[in-house]
Design a protein around this ligand. Structure first.
Ligand SMILES: [Zn+2]
Length: 604
């Protein structure tokens, strides 16, 4: 996931920029190479070769080749971050040699696939330099005090040998430590992976950092914090308490934690590219502010941790297995991300990290976010999922977030299932079934599979629900479904100042919706509002821009803005838009049946 930076904007576009997923334990298909008699032995060496030049030197040693040609591919993207990054663009000095030292001439079969003639050759060594100059959850970075990468950036796949295990050797400057999601060996600089999908899903950090180990269900959990010394012992202790409760709470849904160890990578440094958080099968990577408080980190942690199951293991069939070479469109990210958002909120409640009212209020905010967005009338949750590849980093102005659509649908399905089963079952049972009947049987799930699971649990028919609210754009019957648990849904509207552009709380223009008119002095994405009629925003804290604009509603004002490196003044009219708000409140006299459903929903 990316995480949850919710910005209030005039056009009610709080976009949850959340993360995402990755590989999985996929050992279930016969590799093409096996049919050719090849049992390749693969060893990678990653050397922090040039710190000022930010270069890794990567050596791939492949033995026991028994095929006339070998293709080696580098992923074009990292699962969970749905953007083609073309990591091969960071490669230089790619060369292949055979044991005698003779250089072999590879040919590019695709943009990130090298084809090597291996007739009569049983062993090759591939070397290249990789420029690691961006700190982000989905990128690699070398700095004076650390080096960070994830397998997708450095490790070549011998095509047809995806299920082969491999060894990773790290060559680091003396005095540097190592933390990795990969399996350890007796040598602290040598790791192993059982297959390629596990290999490339693992982040590795080398250098100076703090590590605090704690145990959950008898399994080691390492909290890694970089730079060393920034995240205090007191904050570490508080955060570990929260992380422990989240792991225990979420693990209970599925009958335990499905990994041998877990590593939380936290960088308390500014991100240099979009991905501030990304989940992996037994780690996640998050970039946070140096002054971040543990309580503020819990929502993101809860979301990322739930990905351990939902998307890392319970995965849409379209991404099983991943195709690292190109976009993997799926109509199911509203489940992978939206259900994760829902459970992130619910798990915090079940873990005792928030009260029931704040959880129910968050459910109501999802309704407001969906129903307040005009795009919901045109873009279904399924279509929003499929189209993510055209704007995962920068969503188009006219779009809707499947994170929020999915969270909203998760709450509706949870209550509907509880109603159908008189409180005996809920969405937990659906998730558990997807885990046992799909992931544990080595397969992904389709929309039809999900419907079948829900139908089986409820002994009812959810085809119509999916047709209308998942692949369709009908407005769900909120009153009816929340009424199952003895609630009423109250809708209200209020005016909000509008400059024809979406602003974040700091007064930055995040986007300009099509069809909006910011007057002759049109604002542009990236503009930063410095003052409004001479009143400066600096030092007034987040949200001051909306407070000041509210006072000027209907008036012509002078805006001082910074665009690029220049300051300029614009005359502009403050319009208004109608914002819709929803509240979920107790019905006047709920029946015992309704209270039973509510109790099952809010059971801790
Ligand atoms: Zn996510």
């Amino acid at each position: 996931m990316r995480t949850v930076s919710l910005k209030r904007t005039p056009l009610i576009r709080r976009r949850a920029l959340i993360c995402c997923l990755a590989c999985c334990v996929t050992v279930l298909w016969a590799p093409a190479g096996a049919a050719q008699g090849g049992r390749l032995e693969i060893e990678y060496t990653v050397k922090v070769a040039d710190i000022p030049g930010q270069l890794f030197h990567v050596t791939t040693d492949i033995r026991n080749i028994k095929q006339p040609a070998l293709e080696l591919s580098l992923p074009a993207w990292s699962p969970g971050w749905y953007v083609i990054e073309n990591y091969a663009k960071n490669i230089s000095r790619f060369r292949v040699t055979e044991p005698g030292g003779r250089q072999l001439r590879p040919a590019l079969a695709r943009k990130q696939t090298w084809r090597i003639d291996t007739r009569g050759i049983s062993r090759i060594t591939v070397e290249f330099d990789y420029r690691a100059n961006v700190l982000a959850a989905h990128q690699a970075r070398i700095a004076p005090d650390f080096a960070f990468f994830t397998g997708t950036q450095l490790f070549l796949l011998p095509e047809g040998h995806r299920s082969r295990p491999s060894v990773v050797r790290l060559d680091v400057p003396s005095g540097w430590r190592v933390a990795s999601g990969l399996d350890e060996t007796a040598d602290p600089t040598v790791f192993t992976a059982p297959d390629y999908d596990t290999l490339v899903d693992q982040p590795t950090l080398m250098g100076q950092f703090d590590v605090t180990r704690f145990m959950v269900e008898g399994k080691p959990h390492d909290l890694v914090a970089n730079p060393a010394g920034v995240f205090s012992a007191e904050k570490t202790s508080t955060l570990i308490g929260h992380l422990t409760k989240l792991a225990e709470t979420q693990g209970r849904i599925f009958g335990g934690l499905p990994y041998r160890k877990f590593v939380y990578f936290y960088f308390f440094r500014p991100a240099e590219a979009g991905a501030t958080v990304l989940e992996h099968q037994n780690t996640y990577v998050a970039l946070a502010r140096a002054e971040a408080q543990p309580d503020d980190m819990v929502a993101q942690a809860s979301h990322e941790f739930f990905h351990v199951w939902n998307v890392k293991r319970i995965r849409p069939v379209q991404m099983w297995p991943y195709d690292y070479a190109r976009e993997n469109e799926t109509p199911l990210l509203w489940v992978s991300e939206g259900f994760t958002n829902y459970y992130a909120a619910l798990a915090r409640y079940r873990a005792g990290l928030r009260d029931g009212r704040s959880f129910v209020d968050e459910v109501a905010r999802a309704i407001a976010e969906v129903e307040g967005n005009e795009a919901r009338r045109y873009i279904s949750a399924a279509d929003a999922s499929t189209s993510t590849w055209i704007g995962y980093n920068n969503p188009p102005p006219f779009s809707i977030s499947y994170y929020t659509q999915g969270r909203n649908l998760a709450a509706l399905l949870d209550l509907s299932i509880r109603h159908d089963t008189r409180g005996a079952s809920g969405l937990d049972d659906v998730m558990r079934t997807l885990f046992t009947d799909f992931y544990q049987r080595g397969r992904g799930f389709s929309t039809e599979d999900l419907i079948r699971v829900i139908n089986r649990i409820t002994r009812s028919s959810y085809e119509d629900f999916f047709r209308r609210y998942v692949s369709g754009t009908d407005v769900p019957p909120y009153e009816t479904i929340f009424g199952y648990a003895g609630y009423q849904v109250e809708r209200s509207t209020r005016k909000f100042p509008n400059l024809g552009a979406n602003l974040n709380e700091m007064g930055r223009v995040t986007s300009v919706p099509p069809g909006s008119d910011a007057g002759a002095a049109r604002l542009q994405p990236g503009d930063l509002i410095l003052s409004i009629d001479g009143q400066t925003l600096e030092g007034q804290g987040g949200g001051a821009v909306f407070r000041l604009l509210n006072e000027k509603s209907g008036q012509n004002i002078r805006l001082r803005i910074r665009r690029g490196g220049e300051e300029r003044e614009l005359a502009i009219a403050v319009g208004s838009v109608e914002l819709v708000n929803y509240r979920i409140v107790d019905a006047k006299s709920p029946t015992p049946e309704q209270l039973k459903i509510r109790e099952s929903w809010l059971k801790r």
